[in-house]
Design a protein around this ligand. Structure first.
Ligand SMILES: Cc1ncc(COP(=O)(O)O)c(C=O)c1O
Length: 355
């Protein structure tokens, strides 16, 4: 059985319809899976002014008459919804809207890259279910996204992972049919995966935010892992409006970009796009992630908590009065049940007695 490793760049396979040229909201055209209307919240600064608030803007785009049923689950990737934070915004003078990547079919921002890489390689004729086995060395959400897309398309997948990866993660991968090899992960694909991350966010995440905010986003906030999300999305948004600020978030304990800790800045991170980098401690991130569930009803992961801490700090600055801050929430909270995020609830539930 031949093992074909794959080395691909993402494609334009997504349903994003942006032309990538600067345009106003009239160039916005949604895929057939999108709702047709967008309302814009009156900025807080205007809301408190004595003059009458303008009515919410309603944009209605004509759409083809088609049934709203996806051909397969991969068509549901992307076009994630945005929602305002409402309860955690005490003291804020800007609006904060979260982009919920937890609403992806496999519950994380990495679904985008799983689809783009596999689709692109297929379009180039490099892979097909009959002749290719996909070998994936990443064990996080990227590995899951690839296993999930591969399952829908009939590919066999081998995921190599260190034995330290938690059993819940292995169970999920196996549920999608992936074969798991416990080993030191090979590094060969990392460069291609990272490059693809940056491109797919330029092609999809950036245009989605631009279109859904009708170009009114002022500040984009995202956590930095490899830097793919912030580089691709930030580059697109700055191309559309160079005044948009791009703010990265990194863990205070291991801050790298701010320069306190030794280490290599990820090669795909374009630091020239970053207007600012905010540091958030792990404790702050966990506490905020818990509050997002309890007070906003948003079950998200720890890195979403970190991004929210940063976005809310920006939203409290007087110079951001009336602005719209968009913050990426990259993943769903349920995936973090074995972690510190749920530790205290685990303990509480374990000690629960029938009354
Ligand atoms: C769970 C999760 N997904 C995605 C990202 C963004 O990753 P990248 O910078 O690799 O695009 C982060 C970054 O903090 C993250 O924690």
């Amino acid at each position: 059985m031949a093992l074909s490793s794959w080395f691909v760049y993402p494609s334009l396979f997504y349903t994003s319809t942006s032309s990538h040229s600067p345009c106003n909201s009239s160039c916005s055209s949604k895929s057939k899976w999108r709702a047709a209307s967008v309302t814009v919240r009156t900025p807080k600064a205007q809301a408190s002014s004595p003059s009458p608030s303008p009515s919410p803007v309603l944009i209605i785009s004509r759409q083809e008459e088609v049934v709203n049923i996806a051909e397969d689950v991969t068509q549901l990737i992307g076009n994630t919804p945005m929602v305002y934070l409402n309860k955690l915004v005490q003291g804020c003078v800007a609006n904060v809207a979260a982009k919920l990547e937890s609403m992806q079919p496999c519950r994380s921002v990495k679904d985008r890259i799983g689809l783009s890489m596999i689709s692109d390689a297929e379009q180039r004729g490099a892979i097909s279910p009959a002749k290719t086995i996909l070998v994936e060395p990443t064990t996080g959400n990227t590995g899951l996204a690839i296993a999930f897309v591969a399952a829908t398309k009939g590919y066999k997948v081998i995921v190599t992972m260190p034995a330290s990866i938690n059993v819940e993660r292995r169970v999920l991968l196996r549920a999608f049919g992936a074969h798991i090899v416990l080993t030191d992960p090979a590094k060969g694909l990392k460069g291609a995966v990272d490059k693809a991350k940056q491109i797919v966010h330029f092609e999809t995440t950036g245009p989605e935010i631009w279109e859904d905010t009708m170009g009114s986003v002022d500040i984009f906030v995202a956590g930095i892992g490899t830097g793919g999300t912030i580089t691709g999305t930030g580059r697109y948004l700055k191309m559309m409006n160079r005044d948009i600020k791009v703010v990265g978030v990194e863990p205070a304990e291991t801050s790298l970009i701010s320069g306190e800790n030794p280490g290599c800045i990820p090669s795909i991170l374009d630091v020239r796009l970053l207007d600012e980098v905010l540091k958030v401690t792990n404790d702050e991130a966990v506490e905020m992630a818990r509050k997002l569930v309890l007070e906003e009803g948003l079950l998200v992961g720890i890195s979403s908590g970190a991004a929210a801490v940063a976005a809310l700090a920006l939203a409290r600055r007087p110079e951001n009065t009336g602005k719209l801050i968009t913050v990426m929430f990259p993943s769903f909270g349920e995936r973090y049940i074995p972690t510190v995020l749920f530790h205290s609830i685990h303990e509480e539930m374990r000690g629960f007695q029938q009354s």
